[in-house]
Design a protein around this ligand. Structure first.
Ligand code: ADP
Ligand code: ADP
Length: 226
């Protein structure tokens, strides 16, 4: 059974008199262990698709099965539960809490799960180790470079042991060398078996994934769509 199965997903927005088909009959299958990039220009539907995949929103119609759960049939309350269990989010702007240290940020998903302080700390340190930042555990985000902050965010995404890492323009705020380092880290995590979905407008970044699909006007194509 695939990790993700989307079948004929539709999502539209009313804009004055017009309907915008942000997702137009999107079908997509993603297997456990895949490293998939979704590439498309601004306005193509990437954020809408990311929200759908990340269980932040439900489709107007179509079927979305994630790790055996029928997302399209869930109540909003249950959607949040599935999201917290199954998805680790990585954002363009890191979304770290500025008053918490690196290790405290990484502990957050574990705090929400009610894991006790000692075990939280131990597990968070293991995650920081995996992203090469064990020795910066006590630093505040403001004391870290952009690339280091994104590593902390990746460690936070890993700490809840999600089935999928969902990265939305993870290199968008980084220079090209640091971007390369973050992509190398994601590649290494994928080689250890992590399922990764990367959303980007940057074809150069998209090509680092093992499989690319393109989105244009809410429609999906396998491969690069020039
Ligand atoms: P991208 O992330 O690729 O820039 P989006 O998913 O944000 O694309 O947008 C896809 C289309 O849906 C665009 O035409 C956008 O204007 C429209 N859209 C997205 N969100 C909304 C919304 N909340 N209300 C109205 N239109 C929206
Ligand atoms: P955008 O791509 O539109 O600039 P982000 O990528 O930062 O925005 O976030 C996408 C959406 O996901 C936002 O609406 C944000 O509020 C929401 N979001 C961010 N983090 C989480 C989370 N951990 N759980 C649920 N929703 C989140």
């Amino acid at each position: 059974e695939p990790m993700i199965s989307m079948n004929q997903i539709e999502k539209s927005y009313q804009m004055g008199e017009n309907m915008v088909h942000a997702l137009d009959h999107v079908s997509l299958t993603i297997n456990d262990g895949d490293f998939l990039s979704i590439v498309g220009p601004s306005g193509s539907g990437k954020s809408t698709l990311m929200h759908m995949m990340g269980c932040l929103d439900k489709p107007d119609s179509g079927e979305y099965v994630l790790g055996g759960s029928h997302i399209d049939r869930l109540k909003d309350r249950d959607l949040a539960v599935i999201r917290n269990q199954k998805i680790g989010f990585i954002f363009q702007n890191f979304n770290l809490l500025g008053k918490l240290t690196a290790v405290e940020n990484v502990e957050l998903p574990l705090l929400y799960r009610g894991i006790k302080a000692k075990e939280r700390r131990a597990r968070a340190l293991v995650c920081l180790e995996q992203v090469g930042l064990r020795e910066r555990a006590g630093h505040l985000p403001s004391q870290l470079s952009g690339g280091q902050q994104q590593r902390v965010a990746i460690a936070r995404a890993l700490s809840g042991e999600p089935q999928i890492l969902l990265a939305d323009e993870p290199t968008g705020a980084l220079d090209s060398r640091t971007s390369g380092e973050i992509m190398d880290l994601l590649t290494a995590l994928n080689e250890k078996g992590r399922t990764i979905i990367l959303i980007t407008h940057d074809l150069h970044v998209a090509r680092k994934a093992r499989r690319t699909v393109s989105i244009r006007d809410g429609r999906l194509w396998e491969g690069e769509h020039i």
